[in-house]
Design a protein around this ligand. Structure first.
Ligand code: ZN
Length: 124
């Protein structure tokens, strides 16, 4: 299952970052996932909740922010956001000269840790 390996890598990165920040416990992990990754948020949450047991992230909440597909159209020089997974035409002008630059994200954007140094760290 695709989501299980993603959950595992989110956990590994978060634990590494937490230790680097001299934290001893992870309270919250916020991730940004572009819809083009075809990740099922519910499955990811389920996999994460299973993987976090017996780690310093055992009590951590996973917040999943799904990012829609977005891009920039060279035809009408505007940015657009779409709920569609595949975009064939610019939703604004219908042109085909555009670049997709959003929707492939798979990042940890915020980590809340407790321990020596409390507080949250933003990655954006
Ligand atoms: Zn356009």
């Amino acid at each position: 299952m695709h989501e299980a390996s993603i959950a595992q890598s989110i956990l590994e990165i978060a634990i590494n970052e937490c230790l680097k920040a001299e934290g001893s416990r992870i309270d919250r992990i916020r991730v940004e996932i572009g819809i083009m990754n075809s990740v099922n948020a519910e499955s990811l949450l389920f996999a994460f909740n299973a993987a976090k047991i017996n780690t310093i992230a055992e009590d951590a909440e996973l917040d999943i922010i799904e990012k829609p597909v977005g891009g920039y159209c060279k035809g009408c020089k505007k940015r657009f956001i779409s709920k569609e997974l595949f975009i064939l035409n610019c939703p604004i002008c219908g042109g085909q000269d555009f670049v997709i630059d959003q929707g492939r994200e798979l990042n940890i954007i915020e980590l809340e840790v407790s321990g020596e140094t409390e507080g949250s760290k933003k990655y954006t």
